[in-house]
Design a protein around this ligand. Structure first.
Ligand code: SF4
Length: 298
């Protein structure tokens, strides 16, 4: 996963926003430190308001079963979900099961996943984890964190994605977007993903963890970008202590919006039925513009 070049470190609340708007008017002053209780209330309100903004929030990797989600998540390191989604149809057509993928000729599999970058290392991981699934778990993806993290190339983040979205086990996905946004919102000052995970878990009930992750990541990809956050078009600006780190002019901010918020295709070739945007184009089609605008931070 790419480094977040615009992390919240050093970002300060804007005491005098350059231009206040109805949608983007911070309500708090930085003069008085916020109590823990007030922060928790504000965090839960942000979650509720994000649920209204993104009622269709979902994992942005295409998958049909836990094995496909596991492989897609491993491939998503250092690239966009869009690129993974454009690559996996051919991959799963060639190797539909862990047994098939474990028996793959590495060079042939590498050529299929080449568009996702770092394809030799990723090929080693997906073949290795497929062998581990075949040999240690009867060809099934295990539904326990402790088992998942024993698989080659699978860390806590990948394991939580699989547990939350393929097994219904609540989990936070602390990727680069999630970490950046929760620091901008002053929910935590931690940089280490495991410490971020622990601190955010303490703010929300377990039942919220998976959907909270999707909402926060949706917001990071569409509006609160790494390098150019669209503060002037942000529906939760009134709850954000970092309002003003990005563009506050509403018209200019509007132009920074991505995916369905900006009128562009989404990342999934097969989005859920309630997704209001357009599906992503297949590999090689020319409609990529605007779909991966924050790709460097995916
Ligand atoms: S875009 Fe991000 S930094 Fe700007 S107001 Fe919205 S949440 Fe805060």
């Amino acid at each position: 996963m790419a480094a977040d070049h615009n992390s919240a470190v050093g970002e300060q609340p804007s005491e005098k926003p350059r231009k206040a708007t109805k949608a983007a008017t911070p309500v708090r002053s930085a003069a008085k430190p916020e109590s823990r209780l007030a922060m928790v209330r504000r965090a839960r309100r942000i979650n509720r308001e994000l649920a209204d903004v993104y009622p269709y929030a979902h994992p942005e990797l295409d998958f049909r079963n836990p094995f496909e989600l596991l492989i897609a998540t491993v491939l998503s390191a250092q690239t966009t979900d869009l690129r993974v989604n454009q690559t996996t149809p051919a991959l799963f057509a060639a190797y539909p099961t862990p047994e098939d993928m474990a028996a793959a000729v590495p060079e042939e599999l590498e050529q299929i996943i080449r568009p996702t970058g770092f394809f030799r290392a990723k090929a080693r991981s997906v073949i290795g984890l497929s062998k581990a699934l075949r040999d240690n778990f009867g060809g099934e993806v295990p539904g326990r964190l402790a088992d998942l993290v024993t698989l080659p190339g699978v860390g806590r983040k990948t394991a939580n994605v699989v547990l939350g979205n393929a097994f219904g086990v609540p989990g936070l996905t602390v990727d680069t977007h999630f970490g950046r946004l929760v620091r901008r919102w002053k929910w935590t000052e931690q940089e280490d993903p495991e410490k971020v995970e622990a601190e955010i878990e303490a703010i929300f009930p377990k039942s919220e963890w998976t959907m909270l992750s999707h909402r926060v990541i949706f917001h990071g990809r569409r509006i609160c970008h790494s390098r150019k956050p669209a503060c002037g078009a942000c529906p939760i600006a009134h709850l954000c202590p970092s309002y003003g780190v990005g563009e506050t002019d509403p018209e200019k901010a509007e132009k920074l919006l991505k995916y369905e918020k900006g009128g562009y295709p989404g990342q999934r070739l097969s989005p859920p039925p309630d997704y209001p945007g357009r599906p992503a184009p297949p590999l090689g089609a020319s409609a990529d513009a605007g779909t991966g605008g924050d790709a460097g931070a995916e």
